[in-house]
Design a protein around this ligand. Structure first.
Ligand code: GLU
Length: 409
């Protein structure tokens, strides 16, 4: 049995948007609680190499509590939730500062994003967080993300950053999540206890058997252990994102991962976008309906976003982020998608050019009413599809803006 996943290597070679999750044990010296600065410098070098190849990078970093507690004289074994929150507030600022310094060496700007579980489950906040992360990446920054530990209570915590990282990967439509920790991968049993424990280089489905192995191989380090990594893998696979568990303690963990070494890949069947569209078409109930003209119907059938110009009517009373149906002038279903504006604002800007949005609403929102990544086409769209994949010459220019076309290559 080989110990390397060839498919995993191929995924890594093609990765375009990568989330790297860094566990506390890697960032912090165990005895002293100091930030492992030399290790962070080496990590920054690895990240710069990924960026030089044109890949986008997001960091999900733990360590706030581990870094902060000693400045408040807190005993790690006797911390209540409030103590952890206080430690996180103290440590996060130092951690963010360290990231800023090590990445600046390579000319990169970092941006701190603190999220709560609610931000990934409430659709409006989900869309807000997603577009912020997207904007940061487009502007070339490296988001450094952690849980906003200071405002969470036990019930609404992610609790572990493995799960947070998987939610971020899903939210950012990342193709790869790299979990760096002190664990080198998945074994059939706990390798510390069972000499017959076999290493598993590749997993494609989280079967009960796999979940069972995670239980058996639970390690005492970090807050996560193997179980949270398996839960993270499940979120990733559902979102069409590949995930790898790789050892991170040594210097240059990403370089090591790329050069081989021991690690476990979790590989999905489909592409991330396909999984997202399944979620939109299946899981969400439509809360309203937009009627669009022929030009917009054609643009949609060609996979473009919906601009306000082509919309004739907006029915329903819904918030930004709500799912709505899109129909043509005859009422044929064209698409289902997530609104970038609430119903009232959509009614104000419908029929207008995107350049007029700011003057009409008094704020500058998105150019589109429904972005193409947030939209699934339905049966009726076929009537408008061009006969070949050549562009339709009769297509109305007013329905598509250049920025929209550039937004998602
Ligand atoms: N958010 C916590 C911190 O930054 C860590 C949670 C985890 O390690 O999974 O300290």
């Amino acid at each position: 049995m080989g110990t390397l996943s060839l498919r995993g290597r191929a995924v890594l070679a093609r990765a375009r948007r990568v989330v790297i999750k860094i566990g506390s044990a890697l960032l912090v010296e165990q005895g002293s609680g100091d930030i492992r600065r030399a290790w962070m410098d080496a990590l920054a070098k690895d990240i710069a190499a990924l960026r030089a190849e044109g890949r986008e990078v997001l960091i999900v970093s733990s360590g706030a509590i581990a870094v902060g507690r000693r400045y408040l004289g807190l005993d790690p074994k006797r911390m209540r939730l409030e103590d952890k929150q206080a430690a996180a507030a103290t440590g996060q600022i130092r951690l963010a500062h360290a990231y800023q310094e090590v990445m600046a060496e390579h000319g990169f700007t970092v941006a701190q994003v603190l999220l709560t579980l609610d931000d990934s489950e409430n659709r409006r906040r989900y869309l807000n967080a997603r577009s912020c992360i997207d904007t940061l990446l487009k502007l070339g920054a490296i988001p450094v993300i952690n849980e906003n530990d200071t405002v969470t209570t036990q019930e609404i915590r992610f609790g572990d950053n493995d799960r947070l990282a998987a939610r971020v990967a899903q939210m950012a439509s990342a193709d790869t999540l790299i979990l760096l920790s002190d664990i080198d991968g998945l074994y059939t049993a706990d390798p510390n206890k069972d000499p017959k424990a076999a290493f598993i280089p590749e997993v494609t489905t989280i079967t009960p058997e796999i979940a069972g192995m995670a239980g058996a191989a639970l390690t005492p380090h970090g807050t996560g252990g193997m179980i949270t990594k398996i839960l993270a893998a499940r979120i990733c696979l559902d979102a069409g994102c590949a995930m790898v568990i790789a050892p991170g303690k040594e210097m240059h963990p990403l370089k090591r991962l790329r050069e081989g070494g021991r690690h476990t890949w979790f590989l999905p069947e489909g592409e991330p976008m396909a999984a997202r569209k399944t979620w939109i078409s299946g899981a969400l109930k439509a809360e309203g309906c937009l009627t669009v003209d022929e030009g917009a119907a054609k643009a949609l059938s060609q996979g473009r976003s919906l601009l306000p110009a082509g919309v004739r009517a907006v029915e329903g009373d819904f918030q930004r982020g709500a799912a709505v149906r899109v129909v043509d002038l005859e009422g044929r279903p064209l698409a289902k998608g997530l609104m970038a504006y609430p119903a009232e604002d959509a009614r104000t800007i419908m029929g207008h050019q995107s350049s007029e949005i700011e003057a009409l609403l008094g704020y500058r929102g998105r150019e589109v009413l429904i972005h193409r990544d947030d939209m699934v086409l339905e049966g009726g769209a076929r009537a408008y599809a061009p006969p070949s994949d050549s562009a339709d010459p009769s297509h109305s220019e007013a329905s598509v803006s250049d920025t929209d076309l550039q937004a998602t290559p």
